[in-house]
Design a protein around this ligand. Structure first.
Ligand code: BMA
Length: 384
């Protein structure tokens, strides 16, 4: 037998057996976290989960009313994925930068877990070198300074201690840690955050990422899956320019928003461009995800205030259809002029109901049946 034949047989073998089953990068990840990762892989072959930032906390016109969610009020159930934001945890504030109390966030995350859904966390942290500066204060060379400045580094470590501490308070009914996705240092192909492209070199970004992951692993935050998500990118090389390595990333993704032009006569063309561009990125991401045997996601998207009634079926569906995305998440419903999911009576609500009926789009009930946190049944183990 030739070596290539042997090599292909080996590949087929690893695909067909649990040997090839995807595992999280953290070898000490809890059993539930390992189960979650394998199930995300498995489920992404069947369809894509729908997610909404801060879904249970508030919506357009209401705040902290138990059992509510704008998405639920339109289609009858919660989204499958709920996003949470940790900005200001590092400042020891009781609320995040969008005024969500961390105590409530913890309870909501527990509720999502209890219903079988998935929680994901982002972190718009302040600048550890100049802590009164926000994520958005463009501060050049922050990462370079951080690694040279002992005091700043100590501060960053204490911030990570706080973050690991918070993650370890996420517990299920039997005291088990709730597995979650953590998506730090995001949208770094843009330059609006201090960790963005124009403010650090690729090596500095990678150093920052690896330091963060290693530190959290050392602190035994063994319930985290790490998601790497860029903003817009032009090619595979561009996407991977700052990629910290296969041993440092569980989930690959990107964020991209639909921002139509003001001129109405350019709308149709701009829509087509957005669909084509985003789909191209999804395809590149799929290739990268498949090659690396990772899970892939459209980690943030949306059209602010949803002025287009058919956005869900005529823009989002063509972007995500049969692309193997684990989930697609839209951003928060903060107020009448800043929301990304419909609420009852909103212009796109009917179209969202059609989107909801799509058999390959999952909300929380379907995901609950799929038992994300239980071992993958032997006969259903995911091939690559
Ligand atoms: C942005 C906006 C802000 C918010 C931030 C972090 O996109 O929604 O209002 O503070 O995300 O959640």
């Amino acid at each position: 037998m030739t070596r290539t034949l042997l090599a292909s047989l080996f590949l087929v073998f690893t695909h067909l057996t649990s040997f090839g089953q995807a595992s999280p990068i953290n070898k000490k990840a809890t059993q539930e976290t390992r189960n979650l990762y394998a199930n995300l892989k498995r489920l992404s072959q069947k369809g894509t989960m729908f997610g909404h930032q801060d879904a249970l906390a508030y919506g357009v016109g209401w705040k902290y009313e138990p059992g509510r969610s704008d998405v639920k009020e339109v289609v009858g159930e919660y989204p499958a994925v709920v996003g949470w934001e940790l900005g200001h945890l590092e400042l020891d504030k009781p609320m995040n930068l969008d005024s969500v109390p961390f105590q409530k966030m913890r309870e909501f995350a527990q509720e999502v877990y209890a219903k079988g859904g998935l929680n994901t966390f982002s972190w718009h942290l302040n600048n550890p070198v100049a802590p009164s500066k926000t994520s958005w204060d463009a501060a050049d060379s922050t990462i370079q300074h951080l690694f040279k400045d002992k005091k700043a580094m100590k501060r960053y470590q204490s911030w990570l201690d706080g973050l690991a501490g918070f993650m370890k308070t996420l517990k299920g009914p039997n005291g088990e840690l709730i597995p979650v996705v953590f998506r730090p240092l995001h949208e770094h192909t843009g330059s609006w955050f201090w960790w963005g492209r124009k403010h650090c070199s690729p090596e500095e970004y990678k150093q920052m990422w690896r330091f963060t992951v290693d530190y959290l692993r050392k602190k035994k935050a063994n319930n985290l899956l790490f998601a790497y998500s860029t903003d817009r990118f032009t090619s595979r090389e561009d996407y991977l320019e700052r990629f910290p390595g296969d041993d440092y990333v569980d989930i690959v993704g990107f964020d991209l928003y639909h921002r139509p032009p003001a001129a109405p006569n350019q709308l149709a063309q701009a829509n087509q461009n957005f669909i084509q561009d985003t789909r191209r990125m999804v395809e590149t991401l799929r290739q990268i995800g498949q090659e690396k045997n990772k899970v892939w996601t459209l980690s943030e998207t949306g059209l602010e205030t949803l002025p287009q009634a058919d956005w869900w079926t005529n823009v989002l569906i063509p972007i995500i259809k049969d692309a193997g995305l684990s989930y697609v998440m839209v951003w928060r419903n903060a107020r009448k002029d800043h929301f990304y999911a419909p609420y009852p009576g909103q212009k796109s609500a009917d179209d969202f109901k059609v989107f909801y009926q799509n058999p390959r789009v999952f909300f929380i009930n379907k995901v609950q049946q799929e038992n994300l946190y239980a071992p993958v049944p032997q006969n259903k183990q995911a091939a690559k």
